[in-house]
Design a protein around this ligand. Structure first.
Ligand code: FMN
Length: 413
């Protein structure tokens, strides 16, 4: 058993009011022995089973039980922000339902809604309860939303009866945590070219045409794929974002510059991820000096199309996987399918822009993944960094048939 995967990791251990709450004490010991830094959160019911003092002494940190007494240091926000993983063990039927519904009437529920890291849920309850359709539906909802459910085991329950509801063993829970926290290097050997951010097309030396893209999605993809072992070049339009670790950034401003930068590295790449929001139009003749407002006689500004980068690269494609993004305000799937076909992409990630939940600028996003040989695959709203991991899994799983459609002999791939 390796201790290194949990060493230095910041975990939240959330304990709820199950008879199995005493087992969370053993779990806490195990996690701290593995080198993890554990902050314990308890529901009010769970404090009827085990005193917070036990967890406080064993974790070496105060236990957070009450939302309103933890408000001074805003632990309900700061803990989930800093955590590497949240473990709910044992999880009652009640808390499972609350998590599935997004209820935030205690510290645990509030934290779950601001969590930026994986959540592992270990239900423990009477066998009849676990198999109840409502409980199963809640577990499925949470699973679909990306949580990991460590299924309860069959065995003797607290009631003395035999059933399917006993908290998973420490070994199983630990193995799950190690699997999740293990740095995945499944993109090692890949060379990934990513575009991100907006482009700016000058009108005159101080004005330009652009869009509201923040670059966050492309940067999240670059950070995630570099962490998973790929060599990454990020061709970025103007943003305020910091270049992620182990990523080479090439700064560009206009669509022409982005096309040049991507073309120059396209042969090198095994995968192109085009997350930039490239402007579609530019001024036909940008002014060489600042246009004075008094000089403007009301004439429209003549525009022309910028180069279609994906189409241009698609024509030069040899061995690369090509992934595009489509920002649409309506008919997401229909417009996305057209773009997927027209630009001969392996995958198109369609997201909504405009409105309250616009993909532009937000830290979270929800998307629909389109490929030519599978049904549209919606990915629910998640922080962009999490979404990036899921999208990388989807790209890795692209069927070989879709890849080979566009491939030259395999020696080049
Ligand atoms: C002795 C006792 C044992 C209980 N064990 C469990 C259990 O193992 N699983 C469960 O889902 N609920 C169990 N409950 C019921 C929960 O404590 C109850 O639903 C409570 O509201 C859960 O609150 P919480 O989810 O906020 O911790 C038990 C209750 C009692 C009195």
């Amino acid at each position: 058993m390796s201790s290194s995967r949990l060493a230095g990791k910041r975990l939240i251990l959330a304990v709820t009011g199950s008879i199995a709450a005493y087992k969370a004490v053993g779990l806490l010991r195990l996690l701290t022995q593995q080198g993890a830094e554990v902050q314990v959160v308890m529901t009010e019911s769970s404090t009827r089973f085990v005193a917070p003092l036990t967890f406080e002494v064993l974790s070496g940190s105060p236990v957070t039980c009450d939302l309103f007494s933890s408000h001074q240091d805003m632990k309900h926000l700061s803990l989930p922000e800093q955590a590497d993983l949240m473990l709910v063990a044992p999880c009652t039927a009640n808390t499972l339902a609350k998590l599935a519904l997004g209820l935030a009437d205690n510290v645990l529920g509030t934290m779950a809604l601001t969590l930026q890291c994986p959540m592992v849920i270990c239900p423990a309850m009477d066998g009849e309860m676990w198999l109840h359709p409502t409980v199963q539906a809640h577990a499925k909802t949470l699973k679909d939303r990306g949580a990991t459910i460590v299924e309860p085991e069959k065995g003797e329950l607290a009631s003395g009866q035999w059933g399917h509801g006993r908290l998973a063993t420490e070994e199983n829970i630990l193995a799950t945590l190690q699997g999740i926290l293990q740095p995945r290097r499944d993109w090692r050997g890949e060379r990934v070219l990513i575009s991100a951010g907006p482009t700016q097309e000058p009108i005159d030396p101080v004005r330009f045409l652009s869009n509201g893209s923040s670059g966050k999605m492309g940067y999240a993809m670059a950070e995630a794929v570099a962490a998973r072992g790929a060599e990454v070049v990020l061709v970025s339009g103007p943003t305020h974002l910091v270049c992620p670790q182990d990523v080479t950034r090439v700064a560009v401003v206009t669509a022409d510059e982005m096309l040049q930068a991507l073309t120059a590295r396209f042969d090198w790449a095994t995968t192109l991820i085009m997350a930039a929001a490239v402007g579609d139009f530019r001024a036909q003749k940008p002014y060489s000096h600042k246009m004075k407002k008094e000089q403007w006689n009301g004439d429209a500004l003549p525009l022309e199309r910028t180069p279609d980068i994906l189409l241009a690269l698609s024509a030069q494609r040899t061995h690369q996987r090509m992934i595009g993004f489509a920002a649409e305000t309506e008919d997401l799937i229909e417009h996305g399918q057209i773009k997927l076909q027209r630009k001969q992409l392996d995958m198109l990630i369609a997201n909504q822009v405009g409105g309250e939940h616009s993909a532009f600028g937000n830290d979270s996003n929800e998307v629909i993944v389109l490929t030519s040989n599978a049904a549209p695959y919606p990915i629910p709203r998640a922080p962009k960094r999490h979404l990036a991991e899921t999208l990388l899994d989807c790209i890795k799983n692209l069927s070989t048939s879709s890849k080979s459609q566009h491939s030259v002999p395999s020696s080049t791939t």
